[in-house]
Ligand binder design. Structure first.
Ligand code: 6PG
Length: 457
């Protein structure tokens, strides 16, 4: 089987090596000839160079491929995807050929492109997670759509993807461009889990005055059990690192956090769809806040020093709270996928979605087994729920900032305690006559229920 790959950056190069190692013959192209030369040399060192053909232009690529063609794009999201598609049309791709966009593209672009290219070739989308290491040895692959070409390449992707208990982490999760939506939400959850771990570190370091190395040891201990996850284990490793002068490595790193945009898209889509994902939104804003600190630096630092107090945290309770908060981040992401799937009629299969996240991706975690039983089980965790409430309270009392921890506690509390929405609805009707709905299902105004002597407007 022969496939082509356009874009030999970090992800492209590593996926290329993975593909040829699994037995595929690859025709690869990058505008930078050095990228092709580097790939050849890596393939040679693996003894696999005969499975690789580097071409110097897309015309050559199209000519070399047997029809129907299968072409993977690993180019940066945005305009470049369209430019490559247009060039491939000029180079001679045909209607039965499949072109799969494997970058971190916005799913909305995927929907537009499906229409735009429908008579030129089969345009398909697939989100890939796992960074360079994942691409090289087995990523999570969130594909979607029912384009004809999938049947040809799907069996190969099942081998190329990571596997968990013998089950592949490749899946076509739903219709249209839902694979990119699922990958986007994966990243939204990724932002939230990263921030949550950073907040637990913050609480232990500045709230209980432990060193980064001591926090690393706690994370390491948690990683030995059911809390094991990729993000927790890399955080433990990072926190254990010290310079030659025995300074914690993290203390040398600037606090401003960057972002490429998928977390922001997750938040935007959730807000547009009216689906609450407060922990995921808080994580995006937490990154934004790190970039605004400078503006009031001196003032805020003095304030923080005054406001921070030492707190006494029970480590077992913290562990339970962290577990609960992590589960709730996935719960929000899955609710968003479910809502979007309903809205767009994508028929996204949540079990298949979770299957792709079991290994290879950045948010892989042993406790995904628990979520696979159904998200409802999260709501039955009474001990962990109480732990989250206590820890969130203690954390806030320290005076330090915990955007994701506090949003997650607010999320579960909102779902499980008496609501105050009735008062807000009444306020809306009071000044704007927007209407209210009573418990018996009747729609009316508060004036229909009571005599209001005077309204304050
Ligand atoms: C992955 C990652 C990967 C990347 C994102 C997030 O699943 O392999 O999510 O896609 O790390 O681009 O990056 P930012 O933090 O820069 O938004």
């Amino acid at each position: 089987m022969q496939v082509a790959l356009v874009g030999l950056g970090v992800m492209g190069k590593n996926l290329a090596l993975n593909l040829i190692e699994k037995g595929l013959t690859l025709v690869a192209y990058d505008t930078n000839p050095d990228a092709g030369a580097e790939l050849i040399s890596c393939a040679q060192s693996l003894g696999l160079a005969e499975r690789l053909h580097i071409v110097s232009d897309l015309g050559d690529m199209v000519r070399r491929l047997e029809s129907p063609r299968s072409i993977l794009l690993l180019v940066p999201a945005g305009e470049l995807v369209d430019r490559v598609c247009t060039d491939l049309i000029e180079a001679g791709v045909a209607k039965e050929d499949i072109i799969v966009d494997c970058g971190n593209s916005n799913y909305k672009d995927g929907i537009t492109r499906k229409l735009k290219y429908q008579n030129k070739f089969e345009f398909a989308t697939m989100g890939i997670s796992g960074g360079a290491e994942g691409a090289r040895h087995g990523p999570a692959m969130m594909a979607s759509g029912s384009e004809g070409g999938w049947e040809r390449i799907e069996p190969w992707f099942e081998k190329v993807a990571a596997s968990y208990n013998g089950e592949s982490c490749f899946a076509r999760v739903g219709q249209s461009a839902s694979g990119h939506f699922v990958k986007m939400v994966h990243n939204g959850i990724e932002y939230a889990l990263m921030q949550l771990i950073a907040e637990v570190y913050q609480l232990l370091r500045h709230g209980t005055e432990r060193s980064p190395k001591e926090v690393a040891a706690i994370f390491e201990q948690w990683s030995q059990g059911s809390l094991n996850s990729y993000l927790l284990s890399i955080s433990s490793h990072i926190l254990s690192l010290e310079t030659e002068q025995s300074e914690p490595l993290v203390d040398l790193i600037d606090n401003k956090v960057g972002a490429k945009g998928t977390g922001l898209w997750t938040a935007q889509n959730a807000l547009e769809l009216g689906i609450a994902v407060p922990s995921l939104v808080a994580a995006v804003q937490a990154r934004h806040l790190t970039n605004t600190i400078d503006t009031h630096a001196a003032k805020e630092m003095t304030y923080a020093k005054k406001a921070t107090i030492k707190v006494d945290v029970d480590l077992d309770e913290l562990k339970d709270a962290f577990y609960m908060a992590s589960l709730l981040c996935y719960r929000q992401g899955l609710a968003l996928i479910k809502g979007a799937s309903r809205e767009h009629q994508w028929k996204v299969d949540l079990a298949k979605t979770l299957q792709t996240w079991r290994a290879g991706c950045i948010i892989r975690a042993d406790y995904l087994d628990d979520i696979a039983q159904g998200v409802e089980f999260i709501d039955t965790l009474e001990k962990e729920s109480a732990a989250l409430r206590n820890v969130a309270g203690l954390a806030m009392a320290s005076g330090l900032a915990f955007p994701v921890l506090s949003s997650t506690q607010t999320y579960i509390a909102t779902l499980s305690t008496p609501s105050n929405g009735h008062l807000v609805q009444a306020q809306r009707d009071y000044f704007g006559e927007h209407g209210i709905k009573t418990h018996s299902g009747e729609t009316c105004h508060i004036t229909d229920l009571v005599e209001l002597e005077s309204k304050v407007r």
